[in-house]
Design a protein around this ligand. Structure first.
Ligand SMILES: [Cu+2]
Length: 107
C-alpha cells in the first residue's frame, strides 16, 4: 500500500538520528517509539482483524503528512462503535514497522 510505504519511508528517514542518539545513551538496538494524535475519516474497518483504515491529516509528532493508511487497533475493542464514514480523533503509536491506534473517538 502506497500510503503505508510513505509512513515507513518517513520513519526510516528519521532512523539515523534516532540511532545515534541511542548510541550516545548506550542503548543500541532499542526501538524508538513515537506517539501522536491525528484526526481523520474512517474509510474501512475490519473488526475481526482489528484493523482500521483512516484518511488522516498531518501528524507532525510522528513526522507524517496527510495520507490514508491502515492501522492495527490496540486493543481491538477500540473499534466498537466506530463506523466507516465517521470522523475520528485518534492516538497513534509507531515503533519500527508497526503503526497502532491506541485510542479513537468520534470527533
Ligand atoms: Cu499515515
Amino acid at each position: 500500500m502506497r500510503a503505508t510505504a510513505a509512513c515507513l519511508a518517513a520513519a526510516l528517514l528519521a532512523l539515523p538520528a534516532i540511532a545515534s542518539a541511542q548510541a550516545m545513551k548506550g542503548t543500541p538496538g532499542a526501538a524508538a517509539v513515537t506517539t501522536g494524535r491525528g484526526v481523520g475519516v474512517v474509510t474501512a474497518l475490519d473488526a475481526k482483524a482489528a484493523k482500521v483504515t483512516i484518511k488522516h491529516g498531518p501528524i507532525p509528532a510522528v513526522g507524517w503528512p496527510a495520507m490514508t493508511m491502515t492501522f492495527k487497533a490496540t486493543p481491538p475493542t477500540l473499534l466498537k462503535g466506530i463506523r466507516v464514514g465517521q470522523t475520528v480523533a485518534f492516538d497513534v503509536r509507531t515503533k519500527r514497522m508497526d503503526a497502532e491506534v491506541t485510542a479513537i473517538q468520534p470527533h
